[in-house]
Design a protein around this ligand. Structure first.
Ligand SMILES: *[C@@H]1O[C@H](CO)[C@@H](O)[C@H](O)[C@H]1NC(C)=O
Ligand SMILES: *[C@@H]1O[C@H](CO)[C@@H](O)[C@H](O)[C@H]1NC(C)=O
Ligand SMILES: *[C@@H]1O[C@H](CO)[C@@H](O)[C@H](O)[C@H]1NC(C)=O
Ligand SMILES: *[C@@H]1O[C@H](CO)[C@@H](O)[C@H](O)[C@H]1NC(C)=O
Ligand SMILES: *[C@@H]1O[C@H](CO)[C@@H](O)[C@H](O)[C@H]1NC(C)=O
Ligand SMILES: *[C@@H]1O[C@H](CO)[C@@H](O)[C@H](O)[C@H]1NC(C)=O
Ligand SMILES: *[C@@H]1O[C@H](CO)[C@@H](O)[C@H](O)[C@H]1NC(C)=O
Ligand SMILES: *[C@@H]1O[C@H](CO)[C@@H](O)[C@H](O)[C@H]1NC(C)=O
Ligand SMILES: *[C@@H]1O[C@H](CO)[C@@H](O)[C@H](O)[C@H]1NC(C)=O
Ligand SMILES: *[C@@H]1O[C@H](CO)[C@@H](O)[C@H](O)[C@H]1NC(C)=O
Length: 883
């Protein structure tokens, strides 16, 4: 009986924290299930890129006491100190707590810092160098304020659903493009001496129901967060792919997500954290929880979590699943000493590997006030001193910000050469989206409104503008320089005045419209983070129609967090040009002016523009579908999101016009024209793939002869305790009292799956080996080269794209596997080259549990978008290639 009870309990732990709390609750067998993967992998000293830092960290951690190690893993509590996340400190060694700060467009809650273009718009540049520079500049600004860990970049959401609220924070629904964005961002941030955080791992594709508490606040009656149910192949080929790139690039931290995967919470899902991230991908950094995404203490430690943020169970509860509880769990043996050592080692290796040295540099800003003087411990208003030095960290980043946003802006339509503008006689600019927010650029907390021009969307991924150049300001400045007559109406609703203006002879009208979204804790116009539709906001469609009914030269500029439906007006002949300018950041007006006037060559769309919402094949789950339990979001479309879905729809039914995109993935016009020729493919002598074999080392235990007597870990008399603060110390020599947990006393055997505490050498997965997975995945098998000729009159940038048909049933028609951005002078040619790695040509084989190149013929396609691929060739493998 005992045996079967234990395995039943093991299954329960894997399906979520509820099971741990009430182990006898029967699991609903109809629901998706996440298999256990234990023990949690410890660091591999032979991993590439960490040797020096590992040795130093090992020496450092070996000298720490148990509470000092616990301090590295546990935040001090929400608003306990100046950053959005702060770990405990190690005063004995002069090491302050680590400072963790949002976010993906720059420093959150700061001043005198820059606001960068959103990740999505930077992806639209298709320019690795620019993406890297953007990330480095963000890292430099963080460095200048004393931030150690920047909570960026984002690959979850990847953009499964076009209405997903936070898609703008990430890059693109294509995993290859997002993977490049993740890798270059991880490298760029680290090169500034700041730890990058790949987030949110994984399946965090919508805002609705991501946190049960948040959903309850919105009136939904659910007691568990939603579950993203994702099959193994889709996980590998789509959602995990960009995280693998980040790990390969040496990202220091990974943030686990709020929602569940297969009914096990993201921050205690052993299959995800132990199995996929640490074992298979060989991740050597540390896993931190999203803020309040931890739901259990011992179970999350066993499942691979290394740092809890912000530390408290719920904000300001004064309770922690870790802190004193982790000290107790190590003392009573439910969390093995090696697991805590591994957490501390992962954190300190990453610290040293990023060039950070204790004592860490000063923090000179506060997240909780812009006042110069204020409390260090904002949660309780204590230790009032100078907390904001208002250091200007913007450096010379403005031109880079301007360039990224301009080069990412996509020219979707340009009839009769209406663009670029050249000293137009009369420019009329229409729409609220061209002007300022009456409350100022930072007037809405966390940008939770859609007033004035959309230069940043809402949520925790925001930053305070140092200034915001509106389109109206920049276009007017240009007009004055050119002697152009200029009038703007910065409202969508001045119908009579607008019509009277734009109908005047020779008007060139630019209409600015937008569609906003953001994070789930803020609702704007009943959009609960996710967009409730894909249409323009504030009467945008009607505004465009009204203007086009009067003006035959109407240029539309869209600021948005993803695709919008253009269906009603894009083919109106009076709409002469359409541009998508994404979420551009502080230089918005300058960037769009640079593109409109032809000073900068535009980008390519990083997602598909469908005709209807339905045509995308995925939608926000916006109604609970599992009673009061976790809403179940089955990712049943598999890898078929965005263009992979549209391409399949077209292949199945070529005549279904509604199913075809208006503008396909990768599309974008230029001010010149290009021709592709001379496709050449070299390589193909492929050496046989060797699965990784062997065992890990034994889990190192770094401190010998540690006292297990609670009396040795009591709250020291020489520390004045701060209310709500989380300490690693015990307040009683009675462990049960110290834990304040009525259920205290459960043994590892009672609530952990078998093997969870086993520190003996473990077999290696065949798909593993080094950070990123089996190192052979990164071997170059083929090199593709193509000649691109500029056949127009002006210099321009082309974005050559390489797609591969991998062959086989139920496989995408094509997948992106290479791209670049090249500048070509008129009349000249350049040769573009890109490599295809083993990984690029493999699919995830769920039986073999490895990447395998299948036996089907593989075709390479080259061109300027996912549907304009003039050149193609079949790959010629030598004998003995196939696995
Ligand atoms: C989720 O369940 C699917 C279907 O059984 C399985 O293929 C996949 O590996 C599981 N993933 C996780 C993370 O549990
Ligand atoms: C843990 O961190 C807290 C907060 O920074 C500090 O007061 C305490 O002394 C630290 N504990 C140890 C053992 O260093
Ligand atoms: C220990 O964790 C439990 C929840 O498992 C919590 O109720 C309790 O307050 C925690 N104890 C401390 C000292 O934070
Ligand atoms: C050990 O400590 C942890 C954390 O307080 C607690 O959850 C668990 O019940 C304890 N187990 C034993 C056997 O004392
Ligand atoms: C701000 O912090 C940075 C990083 O620690 C430091 O280099 C700089 O001197 C600080 N500036 C001020 C004014 O405190
Ligand atoms: C409009 O442009 C045409 C052609 O350039 C010109 O003949 C006409 O005078 C212009 N009208 C006005 C009001 O400027
Ligand atoms: C879509 O949502 C926006 C923002 O809430 C709203 O302004 C617009 O009217 C909605 N569109 C439709 C067709 O309901
Ligand atoms: C569009 O024009 C109609 C008819 O003149 C008017 O009623 C409506 O308010 C206008 N809409 C917008 C958004 O300006
Ligand atoms: C285009 O604009 C002209 C005014 O220049 C107007 O007469 C015509 O009806 C418009 N056409 C459409 C399709 O809106
Ligand atoms: C221990 O006691 C101090 C002082 O009363 C309190 O601030 C702190 O929260 C308590 N910590 C734990 C882990 O119970």
């Amino acid at each position: 009986m005992k045996g079967s009870l234990v395995s039943a309990l093991a299954a329960l732990v894997a399906v979520g924290d509820v099971a741990v709390a009430t182990p006898m609750t029967p699991r609903d067998d109809a629901l998706a299930y996440s298999p256990p993967h234990y023990p949690s992998p410890w660091m591999n000293p032979a991993a590439e890129d960490i040797k020096y830092a590992y040795d130093r960290a090992r020496a450092f951690v070996s000298g720490l006491t148990l509470p000092e190690k616990v301090n590295l893993t546990t935040g001090v509590g929400w608003m306990g100190e100046r950053c959005v996340g702060n770990t405990g400190s190690i005063p004995r060694l002069g090491m302050r707590g680590l400072c963790l700060q949002d976010g993906p467009v720059g420093i959150r809650f700061g001043d005198y810092n820059s606001v960068f273009p959103a990740g999505q718009l930077s992806a639209a540049t298709w320019d690795r160098v620019l993406i890297n520079k953007r990330a480095r500049a963000m890292g430099e600004e963080a460095k200048g304020k004393g931030i150690d860990i920047l909570l960026a970049p984002v690959a979850g959401p990847i953009g499964r659903i076009p209405a997903g609220g936070r898609n703008w924070e990430g890059f693109s629904p294509d995993p290859y493009l997002t993977g490049v964005g993740m890798a270059e961002s991880a490298r760029g941030i680290r090169s500034a001496g700041v730890i990058a955080t790949a987030k949110h791992f994984v399946g965090n594709e919508q805002e609705h129901f991501r946190q049960a508490g948040e959903a309850q606040g919105q009136g939904f009656d659910i007691d568990e967060s939603m579950s993203s149910n994702i099959d193994d192949k889709t996980m590998h080929e789509l959602y995990m792919w960009p995280f693998a790139d980040a790990v390969y690039a040496g990202v220091g931290a990974v943030m686990c997500s709020y929602q569940q995967v297969n009914n096990s919470y993201g921050c205690q899902n052993s299959k995800l954290l132990n199995g996929l991230l640490k074992d298979e991908l060989g991740f050597q950094g540390f896993v931190m929880s999203d803020w309040q995404a931890q739901h259990t203490g011992v179970a999350s430690a066993a499942a691979g979590l290394d740092m809890t943020m912000p530390g408290d169970t719920t904000f300001n509860s004064g309770d922690s699943f870790w802190g004193a509880n982790l000290t107790l769990a190590v003392l009573n043996g439910t969390v093995p000493a090696w697991r805590l050592d591994d957490m501390a080692l992962r954190i300190m290796t990453t610290v040293f590997n990023t060039g950070l040295e204790p004592p860490l540099p000063e923090i000179n800003f506060s997240s909780w006030t812009l006042d110069t003087v204020g409390p260090i411990h904002a949660s309780v208003g204590e230790n009032v001193e100078v907390i904001n030095q208002h250091v200007n960290v913007q450096s010379d980043h403005a031109p880079l910000i301007r360039e990224v946003a301009a080069k990412g802006t996509v020219l979707l339509k340009n009839e009769g050469g209406v663009l670029p503008l050249n000293k137009p006689k009369f420019l009329a600019v229409i729409g609220e989206d061209a002007g300022p927010n009456p409350r100022g650029p930072n007037g809405c907390p966390d940008r939770g409104c859609d007033d004035g021009t959309l230069a940043m969307a809402w949520g925790s991924g925001t930053s305070n503008f140092p200034y915001l150049v509106t389109p109206d300001q920049a276009l007017q400045a240009q007009a004055l320089e050119d002697g152009t007559r200029y009038e703007s109406i910065l409202s969508n609703y001045q119908n009579a005045a607008t019509r009277a203006l734009v109908r005047q002879d020779n008007a060139t009208t630019i209409v600015f419209v937008n569609a906003d979204s953001g994070e789930g804790y803020i609702a704007v116009d009943e959009n609960l983070g996710d967009r409730k539709n894909l249409t323009l906001w504030k009467g945008g469609d009607e505004l465009i129609k009204n203007v086009t009914s009067e003006c035959a030269n109407t240029i539309v500029v869209i600021h948005s967090t993803g695709p919008v439906l253009l269906t009603e007006w894009y083919d109106n002949p009076n709409v002469t040009a359409i541009l998508w300018a994404g979420v551009p950041g502080q230089e918005s007006g300058n960037s769009i002016t640079d593109v409109l006037y032809g000073r900068v060559s535009p980008g390519r769309t990083p997602f598909t523009w469908g005709r209807t919402l339905e045509s995308y094949g995925t939608a926000i789950l916006d109604k609970p579908n599992n009673g009061g339990g976790a809403p179940q979001d089955d990712f049943s479309e598999g890898v078929f999101i965005d263009y992979r879905h549209f391409d399949r729809a077209t292949a199945r039914n070529p005549d279904d016009a509604d199913a075809a995109p208006i503008y396909e993935f990768g599309f974008g016009l230029s001010y010149t024209t290009f021709e592709y020729s001379d496709l050449q493919i070299s390589g193909g002598a492929v050496r046989e793939y060797t699965p990784t074999e062997g065992e890990t080392i034994e889990a190192p235990v770094l401190s010998e002869d540690v006292s297990t007597d609670p009396a040795d870990y009591q709250f020291p008399t020489d520390i004045r305790p701060i209310e709500q603060f989380l300490y690693p110390f015990l307040n009683s020599t009675d462990p049960e009292k110290a834990s304040r947990d009525p259920k205290y006393g459960q043994t590892a055997e009672e609530f952990l799956p078998p093997g969870a505490t086993d520190g003996s050498p473990q077999p290696l997965l065949r798909s593993s080996g080094q950070p990123g997975g089996n190192p052979q995945l990164w071997e170059v098998l083929f090199t593709v080269s193509v000649t691109i000729t500029n056949t127009g009159d002006v210099e321009g940038d082309e974005v050559p794209q390489v797609y591969v048909s991998l062959g086989g049933d139920d496989e995408p028609v094509r997948v992106l596997r290479g791209f670049g951005r090249v500048t070509v002078p008129p009349g000249e040619s350049v040769v573009f080259k890109t490599d295809l790695t083993r990984r690029d040509l493999s699919g995830w084989d769920v039986e073999v549990q490895d990447w395998v190149i299948n036996e089907h013929e593989k075709t390479v396609w080259v061109g300027s978008s996912s549907r304009n691929l003039p050149l193609s060739a079949t790959l010629e493998f030598d004998e003995g290639t196939y696995e």
